[in-house]
Design a protein around this ligand. Structure first.
Ligand SMILES: CC(=O)N[C@H]1[C@@H](OP(=O)(O)OP(=O)(O)OC[C@H]2O[C@@H](n3ccc(=O)[nH]c3=O)[C@H](O)[C@@H]2O)O[C@H](CO)[C@H](O)[C@@H]1O
Ligand SMILES: [Mn+2]
Length: 342
């Protein structure tokens, strides 16, 4: 009886000491935390691995130690790259991003007469946009019967989403924010890693690839590149949530290109949608609708990558020497003819 009690006590002490030892070890040991990190990495993979892993023994040029584009700024004051032709090595970029096995969602709206832009948009995107990557177009339209049949490359697909239209183009344009917000919440969380929200009245002319990917991506508007901030067409009335005072502002970003990782773009579109709601309740519409709210957002939530006007060009501006390549440009359109209202 007595020796049984002693044995019980002995095992109890051993168990308590073992438990204490294990918890101390797991708390301090680098080996243990290493195992923990490995688990996290595996978990991370489900949501897309963002490590910039580069495969061994790939031949590529040695990076230059001088600025390859002295004619333009290639970095924002918060050290986000501004992507210009000549600033990146596509071999390096593709070797990194191809490994990540990513899917890029693209939202495009074609309501009313804007369905006429779809054919060129899709056909040129198939030739130039994220070629070699999985791309899933989400096309919002009120005229599903008029969506052209375009042959898509391997790993690329298109989903048509029937959408109610509006009799005001401003409303169509700004409502994109809430539709993208809902799309990300309802459909994209496990489907895509990155998203680009693009204007349909644009056409691709040259390579637009993985160099454009980043956490939060904006594009410099062709018409305001190089102009002073007082001239930017930001919303200037303090009554609007999109208000930016004259002495503030980095760049003027175009509403036609918004990109980034899903969660970052979700935060952007949700914030802009809420600000648009407040403006609506106060009976005020910002000068350039959601583009004004986007500019306000980017001023206080800086993009991690900025696309040069190569990605958002307008042929009416000609071709200045800094434009080594036009990747995407706005289609010439007769606003009075295509829009439902002046
Ligand atoms: C180059 C650029 O940065 N353009 C922006 C600019 O004018 P834009 O003149 O480019 O605006 P827009 O007429 O192209 O409208 C924006 C987008 O809304 C859609 N849409 C519009 C009207 C319509 O009847 N049907 C239809 O589907 C379509 O996807 C179009 O691409 O300002 C707008 C807000 O005022 C948007 O921020 C645009 O992105
Ligand atoms: Mn447009």
């Amino acid at each position: 009886m007595r020796s049984g009690q002693n044995l019980y006590l002995f095992f109890l002490i051993i168990t308590v000491l073992t438990l204490l030892g294990v918890s101390y070890f797991s708390y301090t040991s680098s080996w243990f935390s290493g195992v923990w990190e490995c688990r996290l990495t595996v978990e991370e993979k489900k949501h897309g691995n963002t490590d910039l892993i580069f495969p061994p023994r790939i031949a590529c040029a040695q990076p230059s130690v001088s600025n390859s584009r002295p004619d333009v700024s290639t970095m924002t004051p918060w050290l986000a790259p501004i992507v210009w032709e000549g600033t990146y090595d596509l071999t390096v970029i593709d070797n990194i991003y191809k490994q990540q096995n990513i899917t890029v969602a693209v939202t495009v709206f074609a309501l009313g007469k804007y369905v006429r832009f779809l054919k060129d948009f899709l056909e040129s995107a198939e030739q130039h946009f994220m070629v070699g990557y999985r791309v899933h177009y989400y096309l919002f339209t009120d005229r599903p019967d008029e969506v052209p049949t375009v042959t898509l490359g391997e790993g690329r697909q298109l989903t048509v989403i029937k959408t109610a239209t509006s009799n005001r183009w401003q409303e169509i344009s700004l409502r994109r924010m809430e539709m993208i917000e809902k799309l990300i919440e309802k459909e994209l969380t496990d489907e895509a890693d990155y998203i680009f929200c693009l204007d349909v009245d644009s056409k691709f002319y040259a390579h637009w690839g993985a160099e454009s990917l980043g956490d939060l991506v904006g594009a410099l508007h062709a018409w305001y590149f190089g102009t002073s901030r007082e001239q930017f067409t930001y919303e200037r009335r303090p009554e609007s949530q999109a208000f930016i005072p004259l002495q503030e502002g980095d760049y003027y970003y175009g509403g036609a290109v918004i990109g980034g990782r899903l969660e970052k773009v979700h935060k952007l579109v949700k914030t802009c949608r809420m600000q648009l709601d407040v403006d609506r309740a106060n009976h005020i519409e910002a000068a350039w609708q959601e583009e004004s709210h986007l500019n306000k957002y980017f001023l206080y939530n800086k993009p991690s990558k900025v696309l040069s006007p190569e990605y958002l060009w307008d042929d009416k501006k000609g071709k200045p020497s800094y434009m080594k390549v036009v990747r995407s440009s706005q289609v010439l359109k007769n606003n009075a003819e295509v829009r439902p209202n002046p």
